[in-house]
Design a protein around this ligand. Structure first.
Ligand code: ZN
Length: 103
């Protein structure tokens, strides 16, 4: 059951990441681990935050559930981290990698 729920959330994330203009950029020294800017079409992540995957998932969840407050997003993030299979994490990272843009 948990796997299917994690899968369902992941597919919502994938639907958003498929947006034509969506870009992920790396930036060191952010005041936080990651953020969404420019009408949420850009995700900026500090690649050295030490919580790279968690941060990517977290910011994606904000896009999937724009009404959700930070507490719920963190709850969902922890749920996903706990229940995603290794294969799901690998696939997530592959999709994220495709979105990485330069300056
Ligand atoms: Zn947040």
């Amino acid at each position: 059951m948990a796997k299917q729920q994690a899968d369902a959330i992941l597919h919502k994330i994938y639907r958003i990441l498929k947006g034509e203009n969506f870009v992920l950029r790396f930036k060191r020294g952010l005041s936080c681990y990651g953020m969404l800017i420019e009408d949420w079409e850009q995700m900026i992540i500090d690649p050295f935050s030490g919580e790279f995957i968690e941060t990517c998932i977290h910011e994606c969840l904000h896009m999937v559930y724009p009404e959700a407050d930070e507490t719920l997003i963190i709850k969902l993030e922890k749920y996903l981290i706990k229940h995603l299979t290794d294969r799901q994490v690998a696939n997530f990272l592959k999709r994220i990698a495709k979105l990485i843009g330069g300056d």
